[in-house]
Design a protein around this ligand. Structure first.
Ligand code: PS7
Ligand code: MN
Ligand code: MN
Ligand code: MN
Ligand code: MN
Ligand code: MN
Length: 349
């Protein structure tokens, strides 16, 4: 799909779609689900936020430097900032993305002003939020954790929703501020699943997102869970984290039932069904503390193929929830809370 779309593009756009495939295995494919009107703005939105996230994530660079650039990043999209690039952040394709940010800027300038405004506004808010959270006291309480996830993922949900409305493919009512909590939940559900799954990778990089309010019930430091002799405490904590993430599912199902364009639906639903299947996979799974737990290739293919209608998405959520219910351990400290979250999902799907 990417190769076919690359055909009629100029060199700048061809470079953007090429680097998109390199910085994101999964999102490049889902972005190609979109029709032309949304594909370009969403691809540029992704690249801008991926560049900002590369600055946030590079713990090899001093926090003061990263914080200042995160705050300033939205200004790099202004017309007068054309030509700006930077080196020294990230590695591989992400490093190259920042080294050739002038090309992203140039393609950004091709977009309709309404799309440019959404991207710039969300980049500004996200950069401020990242700057505020650049130390390990960022996620102490569950409220802090929800606030961090709002900045790095909930805002993506809000921005995408505004783009869907701008495109005319979705009704302006979808982007009504009274529904913002639903788009926010869509992002939180993806981000929390990523944070749960990436426990070991993030710990190795010196980054901690699991909130102290949850882990302190089971250990006196987050890193303790990596030790095999802490298996029982680690699993109790993991299951509490999964249960917290499941809180967002009813909002996600409600958001998806309001989408009317089949291409937009497929784009939003694929990551959601993959997140739900990932939660079912990581629940009570000690593999989380020893490496990265991934969905099997065949499983992913089935999820992508079926994420095409609200009915089949409900069926996939139902299947994951029933699978998790069968894995509930009576001795787990969160078991009753997990059960009631699952039952709420099973009733709604
Ligand atoms: C513009 C599609 C559809 C209403 C780069 C999609 C990193 C989970 O850092 O790459 O490698 O562990 O696995 C995405 C809601 C954001 C939230 C956030 C922009 C869904 C910069 C995805 C993606 C809203 C901060 C990537 C949030 O995970 O992370 C576009 C509706 C970027 C979405 C980051 C995380 C995304 C994330 P890492 P991943
Ligand atoms: Mn990733
Ligand atoms: Mn499709
Ligand atoms: Mn990050
Ligand atoms: Mn990241
Ligand atoms: Mn991650």
């Amino acid at each position: 799909a990417i190769a076919a779309a690359l055909g009629g593009m100029d060199d700048r756009w061809r470079w953007c779609y090429g680097i998109l495939g390199q910085v994101s295995r999964s999102f490049a494919l889902v972005i190609m689900e979109l029709e032309a009107e949304l594909r370009d703005p969403v691809a540029i939105f992704y690249l801008v936020l991926r560049a900002l996230d590369t600055v946030e994530d590079d713990t090899a660079v001093e926090a003061v430097v990263r914080r200042a650039l995160c705050i300033d990043f939205h200004n790099k999209l202004a017309p007068e900032a054309g030509g700006w690039t930077t080196d020294g952040f990230g590695k591989g394709a992400e490093k190259e993305l920042l080294e050739r940010f002038d090309t992203v800027h140039s393609c950004f300038s091709d977009l309709k002003p309404e799309y440019q405004r959404v991207i710039a506004d969300i980049t500004r808010e996200m950069g401020f939020g990242m700057a505020e959270h650049m130390d390990d006291t960022a996620c102490v309480t569950i409220a802090d954790y929800d606030r961090y996830c709002h900045y790095v993922a909930g805002l993506v949900g809000l921005g995408l929703t505004r783009m869907f409305a701008v495109s005319g493919l979705e009704s302006p009512a979808l982007a009504d501020p009274r529904r913002d909590h639903l788009a926010n939940s869509m992002g939180l559900f993806l981000q929390k699943t990523n944070i749960i799954r990436d426990y070991l990778e993030d710990l190795t990089d010196g980054r901690t997102f699991w909130p102290e309010e949850i882990w302190s019930v089971y250990a006196d430091r987050l890193g303790a869970f990596a030790a095999p002799e802490q298996r029982k405490a680690a699993l109790s904590c993991l299951n509490a984290m999964v249960t917290d993430a499941l809180r967002h599912v009813p909002d996600c199902l409600e958001y998806m039932s309001a989408i009317r364009s089949p291409t937009v639906f497929h784009f939003v639903a694929i990551p959601q069904v993959m997140a739900m299947a990932t939660l079912a996979e990581v629940y009570a799974n000690p593999g989380v503390f020893a490496g990265v737990v991934k969905l099997r290739r065949g499983k992913t293919a089935v999820l992508i193929a079926r994420a095409t209608s609200v009915e089949s998405v409900h069926a996939l959520f139902f299947g994951s929830a029933v699978g998790m219910r069968a894995a509930l351990a009576p001795a787990d400290p969160s078991v009753e809370e997990t059960r009631s979250a699952l039952e709420r999902i099973i009733r709604r799907s």
